[in-house]
Write a protein that binds this ligand. Structure first.
Ligand code: HEM
Length: 320
């Protein structure tokens, strides 16, 4: 194109943009200071609310962190996991989400109530952003790394039971890698994200099938878990020996065959990802840095804008 034509295109584009004729960008632009003028105390409010939730229950932090993953992995980080549909067709009623603990949902609802009790912030902060900050606080207040959370997500209006596709605890490395790759993650990023299992617990059905049949499980752990689960079918076990401390113990555990979930243990037993496990087991700082980067990336999955049907939900459980 001749330079005269090109400059016409540039000028015309500038005129259209400055006249406000261009539609808002479909891809959300997140920013750590997104609420600087509308809700400057957001971080302080959510920090203190999550702190209270954690004081009330040790389940709050792991449950809120897992909830964030289950939200972002399905329809993007749009708080669709929080929606309660009157016809019962919603994400949280999918069988893969039935083990999400009520404490995680309550942590988000309490944080949202705290944010909305500040007149400056009322109905200005999305549930999706509150979930992202609450997930960071769950990590940080458990002794894990601090990181700035990018903000500016809008809440979705859709949640369906059939829309839920999540990884399972009996997945092998190829299945895990394929799932995370579909969200844009590398295998190494998946290993870092799995480090979230440094806090929290799992119910017996998620690991009991491995006892006596999975040779990668340490025999001592197998007999211990057998004792736990055979006496009480509703029993649970901690995902790592320091279940309220966010650290790299999970990876050291995996080196000793002491991973609870098959999907965690396979990261070590399969030689293709073992190197990353060894790296994080020996270097907590590297794990923290990579976990933070992967969490930021998780927080960008499928982010909604008003142009793509997003809104700021008043009640996290119901679209406006
Ligand atoms: C790699 C694929 C993953 C699989 C197969 C998986 C599976 C599971 C299972 C089966 C449980 C036990 C649930 C229960 O019994 O209540 C669990 C717990 C948990 N998961 Fe994952 N998960 C995966 C990735 C992630 C990611 C990426 C995160 C967050 C970044 C995460 C965070 C958690 C947390 C914090 C818990 C403990 C929850 C609690 O104590 O209530 N998981 N996961």
């Amino acid at each position: 194109m001749a330079s005269g034509g090109l400059s016409f295109v540039v000028v015309a584009t500038l005129v259209i943009v400055s006249a406000g004729l261009m539609p808002p960008p479909a891809v959300a632009e997140l920013a750590t200071d997104y609420y600087a003028s509308t809700c400057p105390n957001l971080e302080v409010i959510v920090r203190s609310s999550v702190k209270q939730s954690m004081a009330q229950s040790p389940i709050s932090a792991p449950a809120a962190l897992r909830l964030f993953f289950h939200d972002c992995a399905v329809r993007g980080c749009d708080a669709s996991i929080m929606i309660v549909n009157s016809d019962g067709d919603d994400e949280w009623r999918n069988s893969d989400n039935q083990s999400l603990k009520p404490e995680g949902f309550q942590t988000i609802l309490d944080a949202k109530a705290a944010v909305d009790s500040d007149p400056q912030c009322r109905y200005k902060v999305s549930c999706a952003d509150i979930m992202a900050v609450a997930a960071r606080e769950s990590v940080y207040q458990s002794g894990g790394p601090y990181y700035e959370v990018e903000l500016g997500r809008y809440d979705g209006r859709v949640s369906t039971r059939d829309g839920v596709v999540l990884p399972h605890a009996n997945f092998d490395l190829d299945q895990l890698t394929a799932f995370f790759s579909s969200l844009g993650f590398t295998q190494a990023e998946m290993v870092a994200l799995s480090g979230a299992h440094t806090i929290g617990a799992a119910d017996c059905p998620f690991f009991q099938y491995r006892i006596g049949s999975d040779a990668t499980m340490d025999p001592g752990l197998a007999s211990q878990l057998n004792g736990t689960c055979s006496s009480d079918p509703n029993a649970f076990a901690f995902l790592d020996p320091s279940p309220v401390a966010f650290d790299n113990a999970l990876y050291r555990n995996l080196q000793g065959g002491k991973g609870l979930l098959g999907s965690d243990q396979v990261l070590y037993s399969d030689p293709r990802s073992r190197g990353t496990v060894d790296y994080y087991a020996s270097n907590q700082g590297a794990f923290f840095a990579d976990f933070v980067a992967a969490m930021a990336k998780l927080g960008r999955v499928g982010v909604k804008t008003p142009a793509t049907g997003g809104e700021i939900r008043r009640d996290c459980r119901f679209p406006n």
